[in-house]
Design a protein around this ligand. Structure first.
Ligand SMILES: Cc1cc2nc3c(=O)[nH]c(=O)nc-3n(C[C@H](O)[C@H](O)[C@H](O)COP(=O)(O)O)c2cc1C
Length: 232
């Protein structure tokens, strides 16, 4: 290995090791201050990160049912990016659904969601990316769908590593209420798509934000807990 590739290997290792889950929570009253930290060049960074995500491996083309509109790439994933203004609109939407529910007392899912941490995460975010994978029909646990999910997961990991290389905070969340079909409708996401995760990215956290690590961060242990060198 020459010194150039040794350097590249050590930088890549450093970035991979530095990547960590940072759940950033901010009171929504401070959303405007958080937004003031956002600069137009941050969107250029996001675009670069998305280009890294695109380079993930994928085995099979997405089913053509998912390729009918302008989002017609063959990769079995879609990334729906909410910029800071779209995040504000999402906050307004979630609050209005919760308020409407309190008035009618129909069901509690929106109120519960509004009381959860999701609003504080959206308030703290730079961008929120709704990452979906594109199921093949029949939508069952078959090899093709497993590989679609795996490929979409690889795309998310590329995104997270790219975000880390810019020193951004990142958090891959299951999404909670953001999985809801009505939230999909509000965001213009086709209901045929399946949420793989809601990814929160931020170039920096507000001084009043609380940052929480991933729960399993320190549980990996040594390689011999999950690697077996095969000798036959
Ligand atoms: C598919 C997926 C979904 C996740 N969803 C959540 C989530 O909903 N809530 C959460 O606290 N962490 C979630 N995480 C992040 C993990 O908690 C985190 O990756 C783990 O604790 C290891 O920490 P690290 O990312 O800092 O290494 C998710 C991670 C993955 C891969």
């Amino acid at each position: 290995m020459n010194s150039g590739s040794k350097h590249t290997a050590s930088v890549v290792k450093q970035v991979i090791e530095a990547r960590k889950t940072s759940k950033v929570l901010l009171p929504i009253e401070l959303r405007t201050e958080q937004q003031a930290l956002w600069k137009p060049e941050h969107l250029e960074c996001v675009t670069e990160m998305l280009q890294c995500a695109a380079m993930a491996p994928f085995h099979k083309r997405a089913d053509e049912v998912h390729c009918q509109d302008s989002l017609n790439a063959p990769m079995p994933w879609r990334f729906h990016v909410l910029d800071p203004q779209a995040c504000n609109n999402l906050l307004e939407y979630l609050e209005s659904r919760a308020l409407a529910e309190t008035q009618t007392q129909v069901e509690a899912k929106w109120s519960r969601a509004w009381q959860s941490k999701i609003k504080n995460m959206v308030a703290a975010s730079g961008v929120l990316i709704q990452v979906t994978w594109l199921p093949d029909s029949p939508h069952e646990f078959n090899l093709k769908n497993i590989e679609h999910v795996a490929a979409a997961g690889a795309a998310v990991q590329n995104l997270l590593i790219a975000a880390q290389s810019h020193d951004w905070l990142s958090y891959w969340s299951s999404g909670g209420i953001l999985r809801d079909e009505e939230v999909f409708d509000f965001l213009g996401i086709n209901r045929r798509e399946q949420l793989l995760g809601s990814v929160f990215l931020s170039p920096q956290s507000h001084p009043s934000a609380r940052v929480i690590d991933g729960g399993l961060r320190d549980e990996r242990g040594e390689l011999d807990g999950w690697v077996r060198w095969v000798s036959t």
